[in-house]
Design a protein around this ligand. Structure first.
Ligand code: 13P
Length: 252
């Protein structure tokens, strides 16, 4: 059975104390949602210690939003996979479209980040997704396939078993415009088929999350689709009540 996952990507929001408060509220009210739903929060690096302290003793897990491509050394301003793992992270978001777009992350960089993540027992949450122009040109399948082939296809079978994929159409991120449930299912099924071609039946166990203006009002419809195993949530993850309400969207 595939895991049901609701992961919050806080992006560059909240001050450390506010982040700790948010995590505290998630933990305090987590019991409202089925224990079958796995919650993950991914705060900014600067909040990881404080948030880890709030999550202690709960089943809400911690992730980071990025990690360095190198192991350690003279890389001013970078944060290594080993550092985030030492602070209690179990996950790391890699290949988010904002990193690809604003910080020039390429498949080459992402392959190196993947190596670092696995070397430190982190589960990558690998993001794929097309922009509006690519969607309108009908290129979305090719774009997503390339993003998978250039990075995920380099993983070993063992590594692939510890991977979460997030499909985030760039045109739906922070825009209030969500992919329809059918659009999400169509491309999630395509992602799974692509993964199956390389990794066989193991692809049936890989959680594929939807991200892009996912909120309590639309989560249930999207999560009801066969190949959607949860969500990667931006804006709505900044309010504990909304974040948890999204988790109530699982009916299956
Ligand atoms: P929004 O939910 O704010 O659209 O962001 C989605 C996202 O980018 C999560 O990684």
């Amino acid at each position: 059975m595939r895991k049901k996952i609701v992961a919050g990507n806080w992006k560059m929001n909240t001050l450390p104390q506010e982040g700790a408060e948010l995590a505290k509220n998630v933990v305090a009210n987590r019991g409202e949602v089925c224990s079958c739903v796995n919650f993950i929060v991914c705060p900014p690096f600067t909040h990881l210690s404080m948030v880890a302290a709030e999550l202690k003793g709960s089943d809400v897990e911690l992730g980071a939003q990025n990690c360095a491509a190198e192991e350690k050394g003279a890389y001013t301003g970078e944060i290594s996979a080993q550092m985030i793992a030492a602070l209690g992270c179990k996950y790391v978001i890699l290949g988010h479209s904002e990193r690809r777009q604003y910080y020039g992350e390429t498949s080459e960089t992402l392959n190196k980040k993947m190596v670092q993540a696995y070397a430190n027992n982190l589960t990558p949450i690998y993001c794929v997704g097309e922009n509006l122009q690519e969607r309108e040109a009908g290129e979305h399948f090719n774009v997503v396939k390339k993003q998978l082939e250039e990075v995920i296809f380099n993983l070993s079978e063992e590594q692939f078993k510890n991977l979460i994929v997030a499909y985030e159409p760039v045109w739906a991120i922070g825009t209030g415009k969500t992919a329809t449930a059918d659009q999400a299912q169509e491309i999630h099924a395509f992602i799974r088929k692509t993964l199956r071609e390389k990794f066989g039946a193991a692809a049936d166990d890989c959680a594929i999350l939807y991200g892009g203006s996912c909120k309590p009002a639309n989560a249930a419809e999207i999560f009801a689709k066969e190949d959607v195993d949860g969500g990667l949530i931006g804006g709505a993850a900044l309010k504990a009540a909304d974040f948890l309400a999204i988790g109530k969207g699982f009916a299956k």
